[in-house]
Write a protein that binds this ligand. Structure first.
Ligand code: KG4
Ligand code: ZN
Length: 335
């Protein structure tokens, strides 16, 4: 039976391929090769290096899943947003596969893919609020009953995940910074340091993390950066960054009475953030949707799952079409 969809994700620094059954969503193959170690010494993703590593990793993974080729019914690929030099590796491979296996091609928006990480094994739900926190984006969305996406807030500068990465870089902790800073924050024994919460007295719903990052920079310059100091900076930074998110989210919850609310994106793996949003959802009697921790960060499984719905709609793209779109300003429909 030709009922498997092969999906490729290479929008940033993870090379990943997944193959799932389009009817049952059962995963028959999943692999991800992360480039984190290679980028770590630079404190961030180096685009040229990312592109080169994708061209090494993707063919290697593809080789491992050749046995499923006879049962494929479509090829899917992340085409936007992301680093163009990274996206192109996945797109070229997807086009080559679609052409040589004579299969339809599906282009998947990476941010929508993250939303599908909430529904890896089940039917998609709509009528929900979404907090998307990743390295490239921080936004709150409302997905209405018909699947139309309305942006309620976004960051006006750095993203939530990016601010963790930059704080980690300033303290020489490598890349990515999210998990490292979260772990380090747990070591802080008492509250010796506090950073102010961004935009606390502003009525607007948008986020901003660059001022908080600057507070961290100035604190680092003050005195020698001991391990004790690093853990307290991590603690105080994480606390303010999350309080900032929660402050704006509370305003948004008051205004929009969500039936359900999901947190997605790489930084949704942050347990303190998850706990805080869980409390907010309880207070507003709203169902909380979380992705499995393993699939919060970039992965091809969420892309494959999004592609199953696109396949049902016969939402295919032409192989000769230019698919790359590094920046997406307007998210329209999820479905
Ligand atoms: O979604 P993702 O894998 O890539 C993008 O689409 O950008 O998100 C990666 C981002 C990185 O900035 C990383 O530092 C952040 O997610 N992140 C975290 C945590 N785990 C990953 N940020 C805060 N706390 C975490 N535990
Ligand atoms: Zn992502």
């Amino acid at each position: 039976m030709k009922n498997l969809i092969l999906a490729i994700e290479s929008s940033c620094d993870d090379s990943s391929i997944a193959i799932i059954n389009k009817n049952t969503y059962e995963c028959v193959f999943y692999r991800k090769i992360s480039q984190e170690n290679e980028h770590s010494k630079y404190g961030g993703v180096v685009p040229e290096l990312a592109a080169r590593l994708h061209t090494q990793a993707l063919p290697k993974i593809l080789d491992e899943c050749k046995i499923y080729f006879d049962n494929l019914c479509a090829i899917a690929v992340t085409n936007e947003p992301g680093l163009s030099v990274s996206l192109i590796g996945g797109i070229c491979m997807a086009k080559m596969l679609a052409l040589s296996l004579d299969l339809p091609l599906i282009a998947v928006n990476h941010l929508k893919g993250h939303i599908f990480s909430l529904f890896l094994k089940e039917q998609i739900q709509t009528d929900m609020g979404i907090l998307l926190v990743s390295g490239g984006h921080t936004m709150v969305l409302f997905v209405d009953q018909q699947g139309k996406m309305i942006e309620l807030a976004r960051t006006s500068d750095d993203s939530f995940g990016e601010s963790f990465d930059k704080v980690a870089k300033m303290m020489g902790l490598g890349y990515p910074g999210g998990a490292v800073v979260e772990k380090l924050a747990k070591k802080a024994s008492d509250v010796v340091l506090e950073f102010s919460i961004p935009l606390l007295h502003s009525k607007e719903l948008n986020f901003s993390f660059s001022g908080l990052k600057n507070q961290v920079r100035l604190e680092i310059l003050k005195e020698e950066l001991t391990d004790y100091k690093k853990s307290h900076i991590a603690y105080a930074f994480q606390k303010s960054a999350i309080l900032h998110i929660m402050h704006k989210l509370t305003k948004i919850f008051k205004k929009y009475h969500f039936k359900r609310f999901g947190i997605v994106g790489g930084a949704s793996a942050n347990l303190t953030l998850r706990n805080q949003v869980e409390l907010l959802c309880k207070e507003y009697m709203c169902e909380l949707l979380l992705a499995p921790l393993e699939y919060c960060s970039d992965n091809a499984l969420m892309i494959a799952r999004a592609a199953c719905d696109a396949y049902e709609r016969k939402d295919f793209v032409d192989i000769s079409q230019e698919l790359i779109n590094p920046k997406v300003q307007n998210l329209q429909g999820l479905l």
